[in-house]
Design a protein around this ligand. Structure first.
Ligand code: B12
Length: 199
């Protein structure tokens, strides 16, 4: 990931698969790599085109790994709760959110992934249409406030107590999740999945 070239990322994924590394472990490792890319970017050692290239490599690798994860995890199980997932309005960072969605799907949840830059009302509409869990990702200090707005909208609609709200993304913390009244904070996709399963 830190070498940021798409063919190199795909070759590394192929090598890991050939060595029988499970798809979820490969995805976790790529997530760690992407976080390291972020650190190098912040230190001025990598620049935006490098970050974009690493992100493109990860997206392409996910296309290869997703079917494998689904085949290994979800198929035989009955569907669990319906979960709406999305990156909030004004924010296009969707890598971490997509990893969470994939892992939840593989754990048997019926995931409605609305993508990125999702209007606030779209989360509410999904909750009114049967989703009992609402996951919002925000990667910027300027967009994490939208998570709070959506919680307030759920209250205004009178459905807050019927929906489990989970929040995540790099700037989000457990303290922030508590402050805005979210039910679950997930630091990583695997932590999120195990908390959701417990609930
Ligand atoms: C990759 C990246 C991009 C890519 C995004 C590609 C994509 N398709 O996602 C591109 C190049 C497009 C991009 C654009 C921008 N970016 Co950017 N980007 C990053 C970077 C380097 C890595 C993010 C990432 O993918 N991490 C890896 C994933 C696996 O981790 P994660 O997202 O945290 O997800 C994990 C957990 O948080 C959790 N999780 C995530 N979501 C959810 C949701 C729920 C419900 C739960 C429970 C858990 C959970 O589980 C995930 C998996 O384990 C970060 C740096 C950083 N430190 O985060 C900057 C960063 C987020 N970007 C930043 C900025 C400023 C921008 C731009 C505004 C740049 C610009 N000037 O144009 C634009 C944003 C435009 C917009 N409106 O959104 C800043 C934000 C600063 C701030 N204000 O807070 C950062 C912090 C970099 C920096 N230090 O300046 N970026």
């Amino acid at each position: 990931m830190v070498a940021y070239k798409v063919p190199g990322i795909l070759a590394a994924v192929d090598a890991a698969r050939a060595a029988k590394m499970p798809a979820n472990a490969i995805i976790d490792a790529m997530g760690d790599g992407m976080t390291e890319v972020g650190v190098l970017f912040e230190r001025g050692r990598l620049f935006l085109p490098h970050v974009l290239s690493a992100a493109a490599g990860m997206t392409k690798a996910m296309e290869v790994l997703e079917p494998e994860m689904k085949a290994a995890g979800g198929e035989a199980q009955a569907k669990k709760a319906s979960v709406v997932m999305g990156t909030v309005e004004g924010d296009v960072h969707d890598i971490g959110k997509s990893i969470c969605s994939t892992m939840l799907q593989c754990a048997g949840f019926d995931v409605h992934d609305l993508g990125r830059d999702v209007p606030k009302q779209a989360f509410i509409d999904e909750c009114k249409n049967g989703c009992t869990m609402c996951g919002m990702s925000a990667l910027m200090t300027t967009t994490m406030t939208v998570q709070k707005d959506v919680i307030e909208m759920l209250k205004a609609e009178g459905i807050r107590d019927k929906v489990v709200v989970m929040v995540g993304g790099a700037p989000v913390t457990q303290a922030y999740a508590d402050k805005i009244g979210a039910d679950i904070y997930g630091e990583s996709a695997s932590e999120t999945t195990s908390k959701v399963k417990d609930l």
